[in-house]
Design a protein around this ligand. Sequence first.
Ligand code: GLN
Length: 491
Amino acid sequence: MSDLTRMTATEIAGLVAGGETSAVEVTRAHLDRIAAVDDRVHAFLHVDSEGALAAARAVDERRAAGEELGPLAGVPVAVKDVLTTKGVPTTVGSKILEGWRPPYDSTIVQRLRDAGTVMLGKTNMDEFAMGSSTEYSAYGPTHNPWDLDRIPGGSGGGSAAALAAYEAPLAIGSDTGGSIRQPGAVTGTVGAKPTYGGTSRYGLVAFSSSLDTPGPCARTVLDAALLHQVIGGHDPRDSTSIPAPVPDVVAAAKLGATGDLTGVKLGVVTEFTGEGAEPGVMAAFRESVDALAKLGAEIVEVSCPHFRYALPAYYLIAPSECSSNLARFDGVRFGLRVGDDGNRSLEEVMSLTREAGFGAEVKRRIMIGTYALSSGYYDAYYGQAQKVRTLITRDFNAAFEQVDALISPTTPFVAFPIGARTSDPYQMYLADLFTIPTNLYGGPGISVPCGLSDGLPVGLQVMAPTMADDRMYRVAAALESVVGTFTPPAL
Ligand code: GLN
């Protein structure tokens, strides 16, 4: 059998279902690959070999018993360490949760298990999903398989790197401002942020609750769609979950793969295609726009004038929500506790725990958020940012009256060298310049590889109206049908 780790999820599932390989064999191949390369990539914070092999055996037994298997049964998946996993460490990339083993599974993980996928382990991330490079992980950075001296994006860099390094064919991420799409773009993989509320946040450690959206990561658009279908849909345990079926993203990806975009109208976002992106990124993007036009899409320019205020609005709203959400890490309920020697007050213990447990970026955000929400400044900062959020939503609504979907580069720049942007938070924040508007609006967005710049991957972003996730899969799959998938130089 040729190398199982090089196959798509669709291919693996087919082989398992047909009895040509076993889920155990597939799982072993991926665990071996992790053992061979992850000391260099550091995509994983925790590898659950035993749990994975047990899950794989269960799939093989069900198949032997003649049970019908789901479309992804036996396929390994890597899960971002932001989702709770029963009995399996969940750190969110933070020291404050070091050693914590949650007593329950998040809905996403539960659905992955029910579908017969095999969870390999938990992937590295910027602490509390705040960052764009994984350099803010308390456990050291992940390295981009395309160039180990460069960042794999963030916050979900571990999930994206695991795909690009062939350590897993599928992965889960979470996207608050771009943390699925930007790592996808800079590692040459596919990352989709579903409509907000289209995937459950139950068991997703909260960063910014009105923005956080778990979603699928894969090496092909169809694989991402299959994973989206498995994890998506209404969850009564999440009050913001949308009580509607998942749009048929799998059918849309298959339709797109036929390479016909006749009748589809795409809007190139004017504000994201002028200055602000590297020339190599723009060149790859422009070529892809020509390719989409050749497939029959009608291309127009669409102006979204308020998108330029998205970044500052996000950096008030996200820290504000985080300052409230992270109050629960107090040294009493979960994980780390510092200074509890019997002589200190509760408040001192909380303060020592938070001082030791949170990293610099998390503290920066808590302070900004606390300030923005304080009574004297609420209207000037948080209130103002919410108004901008409304204006951005109006831009999207106006745009979608003219076009079916919007397109832009996913990120302004390709993977940068490790260490290049850590001294200036603003430089790090710029990585999400093009992805943040979608989060503020709540619609879906996908990043699909569209070319290379100086030998490094570039992503194209497709943004669709809320609950029209299928549209973005169609366009992304159509592009993939002409540009193909991308393989990094050998590790
Ligand atoms: N990079 C952005 C931030 O630091 C987005 C993070 C995310 O999507 N989780 O907040």
